[in-house]
Design a protein around this ligand. Structure first.
Ligand code: FES
Length: 496
Protein backbone atom coordinates (compact mmCIF):
# COMPACT_ATOMS: atom_id res chain seq x y z
CA UNK A 1 0.00 0.00 0.00
CA UNK A 2 1.14 3.54 -0.76
CA UNK A 3 0.25 6.73 1.10
CA UNK A 4 -0.58 10.19 -0.16
CA UNK A 5 -1.56 13.49 1.47
CA UNK A 6 -4.48 15.04 -0.38
CA UNK A 7 -5.54 18.66 0.11
CA UNK A 8 -9.00 19.29 -1.33
CA UNK A 9 -10.36 22.81 -1.76
CA UNK A 10 -13.79 22.46 -0.22
CA UNK A 11 -16.57 25.02 -0.31
CA UNK A 12 -18.52 25.92 2.77
CA UNK A 13 -21.16 28.50 2.08
CA UNK A 14 -20.81 30.34 5.36
CA UNK A 15 -17.07 29.97 5.83
CA UNK A 16 -15.94 30.31 2.19
CA UNK A 17 -13.46 27.88 0.66
CA UNK A 18 -10.62 26.17 2.48
CA UNK A 19 -8.39 23.16 1.98
CA UNK A 20 -9.28 19.99 3.86
CA UNK A 21 -6.46 17.49 4.35
CA UNK A 22 -6.76 13.72 4.04
CA UNK A 23 -4.19 10.98 4.43
CA UNK A 24 -5.07 8.19 2.00
CA UNK A 25 -3.66 4.67 1.74
CA UNK A 26 -4.12 3.19 -1.71
CA UNK A 27 -2.99 0.36 -3.93
CA UNK A 28 -0.83 1.20 -6.93
CA UNK A 29 -1.63 2.17 -9.58
CA UNK A 30 -4.40 4.60 -8.66
CA UNK A 31 -6.02 7.57 -10.33
CA UNK A 32 -7.08 10.83 -8.71
CA UNK A 33 -10.68 9.64 -9.04
CA UNK A 34 -9.75 6.44 -7.12
CA UNK A 35 -8.44 8.64 -4.30
CA UNK A 36 -11.60 10.75 -4.24
CA UNK A 37 -13.74 7.62 -4.08
CA UNK A 38 -11.59 6.21 -1.26
CA UNK A 39 -11.91 9.44 0.71
CA UNK A 40 -15.66 9.47 0.19
CA UNK A 41 -16.08 5.80 1.16
CA UNK A 42 -13.68 5.65 4.10
CA UNK A 43 -13.31 9.12 5.54
CA UNK A 44 -15.77 11.73 4.38
CA UNK A 45 -19.06 10.88 2.66
CA UNK A 46 -19.85 14.59 2.33
CA UNK A 47 -17.04 15.24 -0.16
CA UNK A 48 -18.52 16.50 -3.43
CA UNK A 49 -17.08 15.55 -6.83
CA UNK A 50 -18.40 14.38 -10.19
CA UNK A 51 -17.72 11.12 -12.01
CA UNK A 52 -19.55 8.60 -14.15
CA UNK A 53 -17.81 6.33 -16.65
CA UNK A 54 -14.40 6.19 -14.97
CA UNK A 55 -12.94 5.55 -18.43
CA UNK A 56 -12.20 8.97 -19.88
CA UNK A 57 -15.35 8.92 -22.00
CA UNK A 58 -18.07 10.96 -20.31
CA UNK A 59 -16.03 14.08 -19.48
CA UNK A 60 -17.71 14.61 -16.11
CA UNK A 61 -14.74 14.28 -13.75
CA UNK A 62 -12.51 17.27 -14.63
CA UNK A 63 -10.71 18.88 -11.68
CA UNK A 64 -7.49 20.84 -11.22
CA UNK A 65 -4.65 18.67 -9.91
CA UNK A 66 -1.80 20.78 -8.56
CA UNK A 67 -3.23 23.66 -10.57
CA UNK A 68 -3.60 21.80 -13.88
CA UNK A 69 -7.08 20.91 -15.14
CA UNK A 70 -7.30 17.19 -16.05
CA UNK A 71 -9.74 14.28 -16.10
CA UNK A 72 -9.45 12.83 -12.61
CA UNK A 73 -10.24 9.32 -13.85
CA UNK A 74 -7.25 9.41 -16.22
CA UNK A 75 -4.67 11.09 -14.00
CA UNK A 76 -2.42 8.66 -12.14
CA UNK A 77 -1.23 9.45 -8.63
CA UNK A 78 2.53 9.96 -8.83
CA UNK A 79 3.27 12.27 -5.90
CA UNK A 80 3.12 11.98 -2.15
CA UNK A 81 1.23 15.25 -1.75
CA UNK A 82 -1.54 16.54 -4.03
CA UNK A 83 -3.69 19.67 -4.18
CA UNK A 84 -7.15 19.28 -5.72
CA UNK A 85 -9.31 22.21 -6.74
CA UNK A 86 -12.49 22.63 -8.80
CA UNK A 87 -12.12 23.31 -12.52
CA UNK A 88 -11.08 27.00 -12.87
CA UNK A 89 -13.25 29.61 -14.64
CA UNK A 90 -16.56 28.11 -13.46
CA UNK A 91 -18.78 28.91 -10.48
CA UNK A 92 -18.51 26.22 -7.79
CA UNK A 93 -21.63 24.35 -6.68
CA UNK A 94 -19.96 22.27 -3.99
CA UNK A 95 -16.34 21.27 -3.39
CA UNK A 96 -15.08 19.91 -6.75
CA UNK A 97 -18.45 20.17 -8.50
CA UNK A 98 -18.73 23.16 -10.82
CA UNK A 99 -21.74 24.75 -12.46
CA UNK A 100 -21.71 23.88 -16.18
CA UNK A 101 -24.86 25.88 -16.97
CA UNK A 102 -23.00 28.63 -18.80
CA UNK A 103 -21.70 26.09 -21.30
CA UNK A 104 -25.05 24.29 -21.64
CA UNK A 105 -27.01 27.54 -21.96
CA UNK A 106 -24.68 28.81 -24.68
CA UNK A 107 -24.65 25.48 -26.48
CA UNK A 108 -28.38 25.35 -27.14
CA UNK A 109 -28.64 28.54 -29.21
CA UNK A 110 -25.52 27.57 -31.14
CA UNK A 111 -27.16 24.30 -32.06
CA UNK A 112 -30.75 25.45 -32.52
CA UNK A 113 -30.85 28.93 -34.04
CA UNK A 114 -30.84 29.28 -37.78
CA UNK A 115 -27.34 29.77 -39.09
CA UNK A 116 -26.10 33.16 -40.20
CA UNK A 117 -24.37 31.23 -42.91
CA UNK A 118 -23.54 27.54 -43.09
CA UNK A 119 -20.20 26.38 -41.80
CA UNK A 120 -18.05 24.38 -44.13
CA UNK A 121 -17.59 21.06 -42.31
CA UNK A 122 -14.01 20.98 -41.02
CA UNK A 123 -14.03 17.27 -40.38
CA UNK A 124 -13.72 14.61 -43.02
CA UNK A 125 -17.02 12.77 -43.23
CA UNK A 126 -17.14 9.58 -41.16
CA UNK A 127 -13.49 9.78 -40.14
CA UNK A 128 -13.28 7.51 -37.08
CA UNK A 129 -9.89 8.94 -36.08
CA UNK A 130 -11.27 12.47 -35.73
CA UNK A 131 -11.15 13.29 -31.98
CA UNK A 132 -14.52 13.62 -30.31
CA UNK A 133 -15.06 16.40 -27.78
CA UNK A 134 -15.88 14.90 -24.35
CA UNK A 135 -17.41 18.18 -23.15
CA UNK A 136 -15.24 17.85 -20.05
CA UNK A 137 -14.55 21.62 -20.25
CA UNK A 138 -10.88 21.21 -19.35
CA UNK A 139 -10.12 23.59 -22.25
CA UNK A 140 -12.43 26.25 -20.78
CA UNK A 141 -10.72 25.68 -17.43
CA UNK A 142 -7.27 26.54 -18.81
CA UNK A 143 -8.37 29.34 -21.16
CA UNK A 144 -6.90 32.77 -20.25
CA UNK A 145 -9.75 34.63 -21.99
CA UNK A 146 -12.43 32.60 -20.17
CA UNK A 147 -10.78 33.67 -16.93
CA UNK A 148 -11.29 37.33 -17.87
CA UNK A 149 -14.51 37.70 -19.89
CA UNK A 150 -16.62 34.55 -19.61
CA UNK A 151 -19.73 36.58 -20.40
CA UNK A 152 -18.34 37.76 -23.76
CA UNK A 153 -16.48 34.66 -24.90
CA UNK A 154 -18.05 31.30 -25.71
CA UNK A 155 -14.84 29.51 -24.79
CA UNK A 156 -12.79 26.86 -26.58
CA UNK A 157 -15.21 23.99 -25.88
CA UNK A 158 -18.04 25.75 -27.67
CA UNK A 159 -15.78 27.02 -30.42
CA UNK A 160 -14.60 23.49 -31.09
CA UNK A 161 -18.17 22.26 -30.71
CA UNK A 162 -19.59 24.87 -33.08
CA UNK A 163 -17.18 23.76 -35.73
CA UNK A 164 -17.28 20.11 -34.76
CA UNK A 165 -21.06 19.85 -34.78
CA UNK A 166 -21.08 21.41 -38.24
CA UNK A 167 -24.13 23.42 -37.29
CA UNK A 168 -24.33 27.13 -37.49
CA UNK A 169 -22.19 30.19 -37.59
CA UNK A 170 -23.83 32.57 -35.16
CA UNK A 171 -22.55 36.09 -34.55
CA UNK A 172 -21.66 35.07 -30.98
CA UNK A 173 -19.51 32.24 -32.33
CA UNK A 174 -17.60 34.34 -34.79
CA UNK A 175 -17.01 37.17 -32.36
CA UNK A 176 -15.65 34.60 -29.93
CA UNK A 177 -13.24 33.31 -32.55
CA UNK A 178 -11.51 36.72 -32.47
CA UNK A 179 -11.29 36.76 -28.67
CA UNK A 180 -9.29 33.53 -28.88
CA UNK A 181 -5.56 34.12 -28.26
CA UNK A 182 -4.69 31.10 -30.41
CA UNK A 183 -2.21 30.39 -27.62
CA UNK A 184 -2.73 26.64 -27.93
CA UNK A 185 -3.11 25.90 -24.23
CA UNK A 186 -6.54 24.32 -24.84
CA UNK A 187 -4.92 21.90 -27.31
CA UNK A 188 -2.18 20.97 -24.84
CA UNK A 189 -4.72 20.36 -22.09
CA UNK A 190 -7.45 18.54 -24.07
CA UNK A 191 -7.54 14.89 -22.93
CA UNK A 192 -9.20 13.83 -26.20
CA UNK A 193 -6.82 15.51 -28.64
CA UNK A 194 -9.38 18.04 -29.90
CA UNK A 195 -7.84 21.24 -31.26
CA UNK A 196 -10.18 24.13 -30.36
CA UNK A 197 -7.39 26.55 -31.26
CA UNK A 198 -7.31 25.26 -34.84
CA UNK A 199 -11.10 25.26 -35.00
CA UNK A 200 -11.10 28.95 -33.99
CA UNK A 201 -8.68 29.70 -36.80
CA UNK A 202 -10.91 27.80 -39.19
CA UNK A 203 -13.93 29.81 -38.05
CA UNK A 204 -11.92 33.03 -38.64
CA UNK A 205 -11.13 31.97 -42.20
CA UNK A 206 -14.77 31.42 -42.96
CA UNK A 207 -15.97 34.61 -41.27
CA UNK A 208 -13.34 36.61 -43.16
CA UNK A 209 -14.35 34.99 -46.43
CA UNK A 210 -17.91 36.18 -45.75
CA UNK A 211 -16.63 39.75 -45.35
CA UNK A 212 -17.34 39.95 -41.64
CA UNK A 213 -13.85 40.55 -40.29
CA UNK A 214 -14.07 42.96 -37.31
CA UNK A 215 -13.13 46.54 -38.20
CA UNK A 216 -10.05 46.79 -36.00
CA UNK A 217 -8.64 43.72 -37.72
CA UNK A 218 -9.57 45.11 -41.14
CA UNK A 219 -7.48 48.18 -40.32
CA UNK A 220 -4.55 45.97 -39.27
CA UNK A 221 -4.86 44.03 -42.53
CA UNK A 222 -5.06 47.25 -44.54
CA UNK A 223 -1.78 48.48 -43.05
CA UNK A 224 -0.04 45.23 -43.82
CA UNK A 225 -1.30 44.84 -47.36
CA UNK A 226 -0.49 48.46 -48.31
CA UNK A 227 2.60 49.40 -46.24
CA UNK A 228 3.83 45.77 -45.79
CA UNK A 229 4.22 46.19 -42.06
CA UNK A 230 1.93 46.20 -39.03
CA UNK A 231 2.33 49.86 -38.11
CA UNK A 232 1.62 51.32 -41.55
CA UNK A 233 4.88 53.29 -41.57
CA UNK A 234 7.23 53.78 -44.47
CA UNK A 235 8.82 50.35 -44.85
CA UNK A 236 12.31 51.86 -45.29
CA UNK A 237 12.15 52.71 -41.57
CA UNK A 238 12.93 49.07 -40.84
CA UNK A 239 16.65 49.82 -40.53
CA UNK A 240 16.44 52.68 -38.05
CA UNK A 241 17.44 50.41 -35.17
CA UNK A 242 20.79 49.63 -36.85
CA UNK A 243 21.49 53.19 -38.01
CA UNK A 244 20.85 54.51 -34.51
CA UNK A 245 23.41 52.18 -33.00
CA UNK A 246 25.78 52.06 -35.98
CA UNK A 247 25.23 48.33 -36.25
CA UNK A 248 24.99 47.82 -40.00
CA UNK A 249 25.57 44.22 -41.09
CA UNK A 250 29.19 43.29 -41.67
CA UNK A 251 28.80 41.35 -44.90
CA UNK A 252 27.12 42.42 -48.14
CA UNK A 253 26.11 39.01 -49.46
CA UNK A 254 26.15 36.53 -46.61
CA UNK A 255 24.55 33.10 -46.55
CA UNK A 256 22.78 34.03 -43.33
CA UNK A 257 20.07 36.64 -43.12
CA UNK A 258 18.44 38.17 -40.05
CA UNK A 259 14.69 38.61 -40.61
CA UNK A 260 14.00 41.27 -38.00
CA UNK A 261 10.20 41.34 -38.08
CA UNK A 262 7.77 44.25 -37.79
CA UNK A 263 7.67 44.70 -34.01
CA UNK A 264 11.45 44.94 -33.47
CA UNK A 265 11.99 47.01 -36.61
CA UNK A 266 9.28 49.57 -36.16
CA UNK A 267 8.65 50.04 -32.44
CA UNK A 268 11.57 52.06 -31.03
CA UNK A 269 10.99 50.59 -27.55
CA UNK A 270 11.91 47.20 -29.08
CA UNK A 271 15.06 48.32 -30.92
CA UNK A 272 17.09 46.81 -28.06
CA UNK A 273 16.29 43.32 -29.34
CA UNK A 274 17.91 43.60 -32.81
CA UNK A 275 20.64 45.83 -31.37
CA UNK A 276 21.41 43.25 -28.69
CA UNK A 277 21.37 40.42 -31.21
CA UNK A 278 23.66 42.29 -33.64
CA UNK A 279 26.10 43.13 -30.82
CA UNK A 280 26.24 39.51 -29.67
CA UNK A 281 26.90 38.36 -33.22
CA UNK A 282 29.60 41.00 -33.69
CA UNK A 283 31.45 39.81 -30.58
CA UNK A 284 31.95 36.41 -32.17
CA UNK A 285 32.49 37.61 -35.76
CA UNK A 286 29.23 36.21 -37.12
CA UNK A 287 27.97 37.96 -40.25
CA UNK A 288 24.41 38.29 -41.41
CA UNK A 289 22.52 40.30 -43.97
CA UNK A 290 19.33 42.32 -43.67
CA UNK A 291 16.56 42.98 -46.17
CA UNK A 292 15.78 46.43 -44.78
CA UNK A 293 12.92 48.01 -46.73
CA UNK A 294 12.63 44.89 -48.86
CA UNK A 295 11.58 42.90 -45.81
CA UNK A 296 7.81 42.61 -45.74
CA UNK A 297 5.69 41.51 -42.80
CA UNK A 298 5.95 37.72 -42.63
CA UNK A 299 2.16 37.55 -42.91
CA UNK A 300 1.47 36.09 -39.47
CA UNK A 301 -1.22 38.64 -38.47
CA UNK A 302 -3.00 38.02 -41.79
CA UNK A 303 -2.90 34.26 -41.22
CA UNK A 304 -4.48 34.89 -37.81
CA UNK A 305 -7.13 37.04 -39.48
CA UNK A 306 -7.95 34.11 -41.72
CA UNK A 307 -6.55 35.90 -44.81
CA UNK A 308 -4.44 33.16 -46.30
CA UNK A 309 -4.33 34.47 -49.89
CA UNK A 310 -3.05 37.87 -48.76
CA UNK A 311 -0.52 36.21 -46.44
CA UNK A 312 0.67 34.07 -49.34
CA UNK A 313 1.54 37.20 -51.35
CA UNK A 314 3.82 38.36 -48.56
CA UNK A 315 5.35 34.91 -48.29
CA UNK A 316 6.11 34.80 -52.00
CA UNK A 317 7.72 38.26 -51.91
CA UNK A 318 9.92 37.37 -48.92
CA UNK A 319 10.87 34.00 -50.37
CA UNK A 320 11.83 35.55 -53.70
CA UNK A 321 14.10 38.06 -51.98
CA UNK A 322 15.81 35.25 -50.10
CA UNK A 323 16.33 33.25 -53.27
CA UNK A 324 17.72 36.27 -55.13
CA UNK A 325 20.31 36.69 -52.40
CA UNK A 326 21.14 33.01 -52.16
CA UNK A 327 20.27 32.89 -48.47
CA UNK A 328 20.84 29.49 -46.89
CA UNK A 329 20.13 30.28 -43.27
CA UNK A 330 17.51 32.56 -41.83
CA UNK A 331 17.45 33.71 -38.22
CA UNK A 332 14.69 35.50 -36.30
CA UNK A 333 14.34 37.02 -32.86
CA UNK A 334 10.53 36.95 -33.27
CA UNK A 335 8.98 33.51 -32.60
CA UNK A 336 5.90 34.39 -34.65
CA UNK A 337 8.05 35.16 -37.73
CA UNK A 338 9.95 31.96 -36.94
CA UNK A 339 6.77 29.89 -36.74
CA UNK A 340 5.43 31.47 -39.92
CA UNK A 341 8.58 30.78 -41.94
CA UNK A 342 9.26 27.43 -40.41
CA UNK A 343 5.78 25.85 -40.34
CA UNK A 344 3.33 27.99 -42.27
CA UNK A 345 5.18 29.08 -45.41
CA UNK A 346 5.44 25.50 -46.69
CA UNK A 347 1.69 25.10 -46.11
CA UNK A 348 0.86 28.46 -47.71
CA UNK A 349 3.02 28.03 -50.80
CA UNK A 350 2.69 24.26 -51.12
CA UNK A 351 6.43 23.69 -51.22
CA UNK A 352 9.40 23.38 -48.89
CA UNK A 353 11.22 26.69 -48.55
CA UNK A 354 14.69 25.15 -48.84
CA UNK A 355 16.25 27.48 -46.24
CA UNK A 356 17.33 26.58 -42.72
CA UNK A 357 15.20 28.59 -40.30
CA UNK A 358 16.36 29.28 -36.76
CA UNK A 359 15.12 31.23 -33.81
CA UNK A 360 17.89 33.46 -32.46
CA UNK A 361 18.08 31.49 -29.22
CA UNK A 362 18.93 28.35 -31.21
CA UNK A 363 21.83 30.04 -33.01
CA UNK A 364 23.05 31.69 -29.83
CA UNK A 365 22.96 28.36 -28.01
CA UNK A 366 25.22 26.85 -30.71
CA UNK A 367 27.70 29.70 -30.26
CA UNK A 368 27.66 29.52 -26.47
CA UNK A 369 28.09 25.72 -26.58
CA UNK A 370 31.17 26.15 -28.78
CA UNK A 371 32.62 28.74 -26.40
CA UNK A 372 32.31 31.54 -28.96
CA UNK A 373 30.57 33.87 -26.51
CA UNK A 374 31.54 34.30 -22.87
CA UNK A 375 29.72 36.23 -20.21
CA UNK A 376 30.77 38.13 -17.14
CA UNK A 377 29.40 37.40 -13.66
CA UNK A 378 25.93 38.89 -13.32
CA UNK A 379 24.17 38.24 -9.99
CA UNK A 380 20.56 38.34 -11.12
CA UNK A 381 17.41 36.47 -10.16
CA UNK A 382 15.22 36.14 -13.23
CA UNK A 383 12.17 34.27 -14.41
CA UNK A 384 11.37 33.22 -17.99
CA UNK A 385 8.11 33.60 -19.89
CA UNK A 386 7.63 31.02 -22.69
CA UNK A 387 6.26 32.68 -25.85
CA UNK A 388 3.46 30.48 -27.22
CA UNK A 389 4.96 30.42 -30.73
CA UNK A 390 8.38 29.34 -29.50
CA UNK A 391 7.31 27.07 -26.65
CA UNK A 392 3.99 25.29 -27.11
CA UNK A 393 4.02 25.69 -30.89
CA UNK A 394 7.65 24.76 -31.56
CA UNK A 395 8.65 22.96 -28.35
CA UNK A 396 11.64 25.19 -27.65
CA UNK A 397 11.50 25.32 -23.88
CA UNK A 398 14.99 24.57 -22.58
CA UNK A 399 17.24 26.47 -25.04
CA UNK A 400 16.35 29.97 -23.78
CA UNK A 401 16.61 28.76 -20.18
CA UNK A 402 20.03 27.22 -20.82
CA UNK A 403 21.19 30.49 -22.38
CA UNK A 404 20.12 32.43 -19.32
CA UNK A 405 21.81 30.06 -16.90
CA UNK A 406 24.99 30.14 -18.99
CA UNK A 407 25.50 33.61 -17.50
CA UNK A 408 27.49 33.13 -14.29
CA UNK A 409 25.50 34.36 -11.32
CA UNK A 410 22.06 34.16 -12.93
CA UNK A 411 19.48 32.30 -10.87
CA UNK A 412 16.44 31.19 -12.87
CA UNK A 413 13.19 30.73 -10.98
CA UNK A 414 10.03 29.36 -12.57
CA UNK A 415 6.56 30.83 -12.60
CA UNK A 416 3.63 28.69 -11.48
CA UNK A 417 2.66 28.08 -15.11
CA UNK A 418 5.64 27.36 -17.34
CA UNK A 419 6.79 25.51 -20.46
CA UNK A 420 3.87 23.84 -22.26
CA UNK A 421 1.43 25.09 -19.61
CA UNK A 422 2.69 28.69 -19.64
CA UNK A 423 0.07 31.44 -19.54
CA UNK A 424 0.01 33.45 -22.78
CA UNK A 425 1.20 37.06 -22.35
CA UNK A 426 -2.19 38.21 -23.67
CA UNK A 427 -0.83 39.51 -26.98
CA UNK A 428 -1.54 36.42 -29.09
CA UNK A 429 -4.14 35.96 -31.82
CA UNK A 430 -4.27 39.68 -32.80
CA UNK A 431 -6.07 40.33 -29.48
CA UNK A 432 -4.20 43.63 -29.13
CA UNK A 433 -6.15 44.95 -32.11
CA UNK A 434 -9.47 43.27 -31.26
CA UNK A 435 -9.67 43.80 -27.49
CA UNK A 436 -6.72 45.63 -25.91
CA UNK A 437 -8.40 45.71 -22.50
CA UNK A 438 -8.63 41.91 -22.31
CA UNK A 439 -5.02 41.68 -23.51
CA UNK A 440 -3.89 43.96 -20.68
CA UNK A 441 -5.87 42.04 -18.08
CA UNK A 442 -4.15 38.79 -19.10
CA UNK A 443 -0.74 40.50 -19.15
CA UNK A 444 -1.41 41.72 -15.62
CA UNK A 445 -2.11 38.17 -14.51
CA UNK A 446 1.20 37.02 -16.01
CA UNK A 447 3.08 39.92 -14.37
CA UNK A 448 1.60 38.88 -11.03
CA UNK A 449 2.89 35.32 -11.57
CA UNK A 450 6.34 36.75 -12.29
CA UNK A 451 6.21 38.92 -9.17
CA UNK A 452 5.23 35.89 -7.09
CA UNK A 453 8.59 34.28 -7.94
CA UNK A 454 10.52 37.18 -6.39
CA UNK A 455 12.48 37.61 -9.65
CA UNK A 456 14.21 40.93 -10.34
CA UNK A 457 13.45 40.70 -14.07
CA UNK A 458 11.08 38.93 -16.40
CA UNK A 459 12.83 37.56 -19.48
CA UNK A 460 11.13 36.37 -22.63
CA UNK A 461 12.16 35.61 -26.21
CA UNK A 462 9.58 37.51 -28.23
CA UNK A 463 9.16 41.23 -28.99
CA UNK A 464 5.36 41.04 -28.88
CA UNK A 465 5.42 39.27 -25.48
CA UNK A 466 7.81 41.93 -24.25
CA UNK A 467 5.56 44.80 -25.39
CA UNK A 468 2.48 43.16 -23.92
CA UNK A 469 4.07 42.28 -20.60
CA UNK A 470 5.59 45.75 -20.26
CA UNK A 471 2.12 47.20 -20.83
CA UNK A 472 0.80 44.86 -18.14
CA UNK A 473 3.49 45.95 -15.67
CA UNK A 474 2.91 49.63 -16.48
CA UNK A 475 -0.83 49.34 -15.98
CA UNK A 476 -0.24 47.75 -12.59
CA UNK A 477 2.27 50.43 -11.63
CA UNK A 478 4.89 47.74 -11.09
CA UNK A 479 8.62 48.26 -11.64
CA UNK A 480 9.56 44.90 -13.11
CA UNK A 481 12.03 45.04 -16.03
CA UNK A 482 10.83 42.93 -18.97
CA UNK A 483 13.63 42.00 -21.40
CA UNK A 484 14.39 39.63 -24.22
CA UNK A 485 16.90 36.80 -23.79
CA UNK A 486 19.22 38.56 -26.26
CA UNK A 487 19.06 41.72 -24.17
CA UNK A 488 19.88 39.73 -21.03
CA UNK A 489 22.89 38.15 -22.79
CA UNK A 490 23.94 41.55 -24.17
CA UNK A 491 23.92 42.92 -20.63
CA UNK A 492 26.21 40.05 -19.57
CA UNK A 493 28.88 40.70 -22.23
CA UNK A 494 32.22 41.74 -20.73
CA UNK A 495 33.10 45.40 -21.33
CA UNK A 496 35.11 45.73 -24.53
S1 FES B 1 -15.48 9.76 -15.19
FE1 FES B 1 -16.03 9.82 -17.29
S2 FES B 1 -14.36 10.89 -18.14
FE2 FES B 1 -13.73 10.66 -16.12
Amino acid sequence: MAKVRVHVLRSHEAAGSRYQDYEVSYELPATILDLLRLIQQEQDPSLGFRSACGMGKCGSCAVAVNGEPVLSCQELVTQEEIWLEPLPNFPVIKDLIVDRDRYCNNLMPVLQQPPLFPLVPPRPADDPTWPECLECLVCDGVCPVMAQVPERFLGPALLAGTAGFQKSMLPTAWESAYFCLLCGECMTACPAGVKPNDEALDVRRQVTRKGRLPQSLQRLAQRITTAHNISGEENQARLLWSQQADLAPAASNPDTLYFVGCVSSLYPSMYGIPQGFATLMATCDQCFGLLGGEEWCCGYPLILNGMLEEAKELAIHNLQRMKQRGVKRLVMTCPSCYDTWHRRYPALTGEEIGIEVLHATQWLAELVDHGRIRFKELPWKVTYHDPCDLGRRNETFETPRQLLTSIPGVVLVEMKRNRDRALCCGGGGNLESFSPEVMTAIAQERIQEALDTGAEALITACPQCQRTLRAGARSLGVRLPVLDVVQALWRALPEQ
